[in-house]
Write a protein of this length. Structure first.
Length: 122
């Protein structure tokens, strides 16, 4: 969520019309697409970080599912304010892009992984 929060500063500063409608959530189609792209970037980073933390590809799915569960109540309460395609694209993409972000993280070769996991001193 930190990544998307940071990314959201760019349109607030660079796009005065966006900053003007953000409090009321009266976004244009271009603004909704931009928000989905910011969410996609954030989800990819979240999956990558989860995999980097040593939990592999499954951690990307899990991080995406957890983020989806966190945002689900907000999207249910805002359902009438946005088109269904927006909510569905956002919610469905979270676990998928989390997994994709985890896939971007290259795992070390198995021999290196085994060496790092060994309890014996080098």
């Amino acid at each position: 969520m930190a990544v998307v929060t940071l990314l959201n500063f760019v349109p607030r500063v660079a796009w005065p019309a966006y900053a003007a409608v953000e409090p009321s959530l009266d976004f244009t189609l271009a603004m909704m697409i931009m928000r989905l792209l910011m969410s996609a970037a954030s989800s990819l980073v979240s999956g990558y970080v989860a995999a980097w933390a040593g939990h592999g590809e499954r951690a990307g799915w899990i991080s995406g599912l957890l983020i989806m569960l966190l945002f689900l109540p907000d999207h249910i309460s805002l359902w009438a304010r946005f088109p269904a395609w927006y909510h569905l694209t956002f919610l469905i993409s979270l676990p998928l892009l989390g997994w994709a972000g985890a896939k971007l993280r290259k795992q070390p070769p198995r021999a290196v992984h085994d060496l790092m996991a060994a309890d014996r001193p080098l």
